[in-house]
Design a protein around this ligand. Structure first.
Ligand code: UDP
Length: 238
């Protein structure tokens, strides 16, 4: 599989076309941004970890019945994926209060919910990814109601799977963001990535943050935290 034209360069990844119109190559960078691009930096080794972690988790999710864009890992930083149209929706599941939830509703971080919550934001950097509900997403024609139901069903399966996997690693899954795409035949598949950039992961014993909040909040030990969760995931058999 060979990289052709660069299609797109985002904050954390580059995307290339290949000989096959249905296949793209994603290349993960070490660049890190936060607060809608206001904070910029680099996390050495992050691209390798996010690539490998996403691929491991997506392969596990396929076995749980969640279709994904994953095709084949090509190198440490590069993966062949199905070409999809990304639904302009960020799907966020929360098990414990943190981040924007705590800020928005004025509650402390660390409140364990009886049931996971789901929320959507409109993927639009100019607008700052505003929160939106099902009806808004459909009114804006971001997806159909049927597609939204599929997305929700998959998102909760992803949560159950990730919660279990991380638990065996001694890590508590606080919340995460996922994105879905549509293949040329209209199938909804999990796309983008699942990594410490997109999940909040707390050490189950100490509560230590092992995710991008170390970068966002200048807590130090960013590289070490990413390497630690990757090491634990490798040790857990998926
Ligand atoms: N998240 C993400 N990309 C975004 C916004 C959020 O990956 O653009 C992830 C974030 O890492 C966390 C979860 O989604 O695991 C919930 O984030 P939240 O809404 O609390 O926003 P934040 O506090 O990160 O701004």
């Amino acid at each position: 599989m060979e990289k052709k034209n660069q299609l797109y360069e985002g904050k954390a990844k580059k995307v290339y076309e290949t000989d096959d119109p249905e296949v793209l190559i994603v290349s993960y960078k070490d660049d890190a941004t936060a607060f809608n691009g206001l904070k910029k930096g680099s996390i050495t080794g992050k691209g390798v970890i996010n690539n490998q972690m996403s691929n491991l988790l997506m392969q596990g999710l396929e076995k749980k019945g969640v279709p994904t864009h994953y095709i084949e890992e090509l190198s440490e930083r590069e993966t062949a994926v199905k070409r999809v149209k990304i639904l302009p929706l960020e799907v966020i599941i929360r098990n414990i209060s943190a981040g924007s939830f705590s800020k928005r509703y004025g509650v402390e971080e660390g409140i364990v919910f009886d049931n996971p919550t789901i929320e959507f934001s409109y993927k639009n950097d100019d607008l700052g990814d505003p929160l939106l509900n099902d009806d808004h997403a459909i009114a804006l024609k971001l997806c159909t109601r049927e597609e939204l139901e599929t997305v929700k069903k998959y998102a909760f399966i992803v949560n159950d799977f990730l919660k279990d996997v991380w638990k065996t690693c001694g890590v508590t899954l606080v919340d995460f963001k996922i994105e879905f795409g549509k293949t040329s035949d209209g199938t909804i598949v999990l796309a983008d990535e699942i990594s410490p950039d997109t999940c909040r992961l707390w050490d189950s014993k100490t509560g230590e943050k092992l995710d991008k909040d170390r970068f966002r909040r200048d807590l130090g030990g960013v590289e070490e935290a990413y390497a630690e969760v990757m090491k634990r995931l490798r040790q857990a058999s998926l």
